[in-house]
Design a protein around this ligand. Structure first.
Ligand code: AMP
Ligand code: MG
Length: 436
């Protein structure tokens, strides 16, 4: 059976090998968050566009400055003003943060280092040339690339694009990810379930995971555990760029997803990975014709935590590639285990857990409140900060892969490697922080 690393690598190599013609679209900058740039963004002007003061103070000739020097203030410049005044020897100009440095001046002395008496400014120190001045074009020269094609746009990238006037960037189209849940017992989450029915939580969590990963969720609803209904709904799902199913991939008599995917000529690439939760996860590719593109299909187990974990491990890198960017690596970090663990060997376990990050988290801890519910520091008084310590991770009690409430209270998954039956308190383990 494949390890989760091998299964991820398989997904990445097989999806990267599907020939694709990237589709692009122009979007208003405000809607470009998390999109992938399809074109370089180039600076339309030098930035800063003028020699900019970065302090409130006085624009001076540095050669004039020494402790006790007296300069005559001959005017004032605020941000947005053109620098029409010129600083001659023995003079200065009051200047605000963001204003252009006037001719003659080569530095700014902070207001805190001066005293004013009418028009006479007395300095308490000497300053060097260029002090508190950022030169024109020193952050970004006109015509230079600010953000390259393939960049994922976050809030800082939005600001960089806004600064150079890229109001309508060209981005890759989001991959359309069809979501189909399965199960005779499943009802819409807004419906009142019968005594043995289950609300459809996977449909909403998977759609959220697709959005967070940068895809466009297409919610197909729920298929009954019948060959006919599955066939019809899977056919519809194959119209999207990827199809993600939940449920119906285990060994039960009514687990029919695999045989129905095969009816579409799918190549089954794997149907089990050595993990818990999520072992029966399926990855297949429906081969394309000259009219249609090859379509990746993921059959995730129906248990809600299994569906979440297998999505993060296997579907997320697929969405990255189909978005036109490199797959993001798993953000694994190391932490110290707080209690002994014992799990079945041979599988990599992903356990809902609470990660506390060293001393800042310790300052938030109270003895009787579980870490997930701690919001406010115990006190803001001047206790000396504790010595830095490693992040610590504690598994939280859970009932297995159906226990979505435990997952909702966790902030990470603790990774137990397959070659360890027990791990002692104090040992270092890997942790996968949970996205929100
Ligand atoms: P399955 O993988 O179809 O055998 O389902 C495993 C378990 O997950 C069963 O207890 C199902 O009722 C539950 N389950 C399946 N699909 C969903 C869903 N969409 N939302 C919530 N629970 C589900
Ligand atoms: Mg089922």
């Amino acid at each position: 059976m494949l390890s989760y690393h091998q299964a991820r690598e398989t997904v990445i190599s097989r999806i990267s090998a599907i020939p694709r013609t990237p589709e692009t679209e122009v979007v208003p900058l405000r809607e470009a968050l998390h999109r992938i740039l399809a074109q370089d963004i180039v600076s339309d002007r030098d930035y800063p566009p003028f020699h900019r003061s970065i302090r409130d103070g006085y624009a001076v000739r540095s050669a004039d400055t020494h402790a006790g020097a007296q300069l005559k203030c001959i005017g004032e410049l605020k941000a947005g003003d053109p620098p029409t005044i010129s600083v001659a020897p023995g003079t200065c100009v009051q200047i605000m943060t963001g204003a252009p440095l006037p001719d003659g001046a080569d530095a700014v002395i902070m207001i805190e280092h001066t005293q004013r008496n009418a028009d006479t400014i007395t300095l308490d120190r000497a300053i060097k040339p260029d002090q508190h001045v950022v030169h024109r074009g020193s952050e970004q020269a006109a015509g230079k690339t600010v953000l390259s094609a393939g960049t994922r746009i976050g809030f800082a990238e939005l600001a960089a694009a806004a600064q150079v006037g890229a109001a309508n960037p060209l981005v890759n189209r989001k991959p359309r990810v069809a979501i189909l849940t399965t199960g005779d017992e499943i009802v819409d989450f807004a419906a009142t379930p019968g005594p043995y029915q289950i609300r459809n939580s996977n449909s909403v969590s998977l759609a959220a995971q697709v959005s967070l990963a940068g895809g466009e969720p297409i919610i197909l609803g729920n298929a009954k555990d019948s060959l006919e209904d599955l066939h019809a709904k899977i056919a519809a799902g194959l119209g999207s760029d990827v199809l993600v199913l939940s449920g119906g991939v285990s060994m039960g008599k009514y687990d029919l997803v695999e045989p129905v995917i095969k009816e579409f000529g799918a190549e089954m690439i794997f149907d089990a990975v050595a993990i818990r939760p999520g072992k029966p996860v399926v990855f297949a590719i429906c081969q394309g014709t000259f009219e249609t593109q090859a379509k990746p299909v993921f059959g995730l187990p129906g248990n809600p935590v299994s569906a979440m974990v297998t999505f993060e491990l296997f579907v997320r890198p697929a969405i990255d590639i189909l978005s036109g960017t490199d797959p993001r690596s798993l953000p694994l970090i190391e932490a110290v285990l707080t209690q002994r663990l014992s799990e079945k060997p041979g599988l990599t376990h992903f356990l809902p857990a609470i990660l506390e990050c060293g001393s800042p988290a310790a300052a938030f801890a109270t003895s009787d409140t579980p870490p997930s519910q701690q919001r406010e520091p115990r006190s803001r008084t001047a206790n000396p900060p504790p010595a830095p310590e490693s992040p610590r991770v504690s598994p939280i009690p859970w009932q297995g892969s159906g226990d979505v409430v435990a997952m909702a209270h966790a902030n990470c998954l603790l990774v137990v490697p397959p070659d360890r039956e027990t791990i002692e308190a104090g040992e270092r383990v890997q942790v996968l922080p949970r996205g929100l």
